[in-house]
Design a protein around this ligand. Sequence first.
Ligand SMILES: *Cc1c(COP(=O)(O)O)cnc(C)c1O
Length: 330
Amino acid sequence: MIDLRSDTLTRPTEAMRQAMARAEVGDDVYGEDPTVLALEDRVAELFGHEAALFMPTGSMANVLAVRALVQPGQEVLCEASAHIARAELGAHAAYSGVTMRTWYHPRGQVDLPMVRRMYAPDLGPFFVRTAAVSVECTHNFAGGAVLPIEDLRDLRELATAAGAAVHVDGARIWNAHVATGTPLAEYGAVADVMAVCLSKGLGAPVGSLTIGSADVIAEARVWRKRMGGGMRQVGILAAAGLHALDHHVERLAEDHAHARLLAEACGVDPASVDTNIVVVPRPDAPDFVARAAEAGVRVSMVGPTTVRLVTHLDVTRADAEKAAAALGAL
Ligand SMILES: *Cc1c(COP(=O)(O)O)cnc(C)c1O
């Protein structure tokens, strides 16, 4: 079975498992796990921020990032199919008392005139105040779309002038970096706070980080523990992340090439595929998913008429060719 449901399905490679087994560890709640500290320092530096905080999931990284900048009763503006709005089960409302207003873009892009129109300053006891604008790069439900760095710079400028923060959900920022050549630090420079995942295309079994100023991360550290996310000898997991940063970033280009191959086979313009996700419109999505499985390819449905294919570390060139032939035949 070739599994294209998600890039979270990757299993740690043998070399990654060895790096994990060798990891030096300590109690991370005491701030004494050297491998976690090394990962946090390295990731903060990659994005040009002061600090970073390791945690179990990207959802938690987003929740802690947003709550560091947005008070209960304030709002975040984001695109309508953003992961924070659709796929975190209302965590930002349930835990942080944060509301969201959304703009829609079929490719998950920033709509600057719309953001300008939607932005709500502090007008006293009348309107919800916009405390942050959130963008997702690459954009998951928009098919792994990259947000151009120029748009992100314009957004940061607008938000900063208005007194709002920018949150970047960079679960797959590594894919955007490899696809465009934009240095990670340039993505870091457009964000007040970011979340990044090691457990997607990078192939680590667990792990995400919130990245920001020393103050933001100190606050996030308190909330991580409060929410039950204080972990102990997790250098074992951080070692997987360090290994992934050394060995699994540049290879994402292969996943992107495989995604274009699959797109072509499914009648989707490969030029519309920026990274490792292909969204295929199918009026018969449930049936298509079932028939693909019979043909040896697992794909997922992200809507009644939408099928999603995701390439990753565990999909070889041969797998991609085989899957393309099978899906093409359907
Ligand atoms: C996967 C993902 C996350 C975080 O997901 P977890 O499953 O909680 O690790 C956040 N944002 C985007 C865009 C994602 O695709």
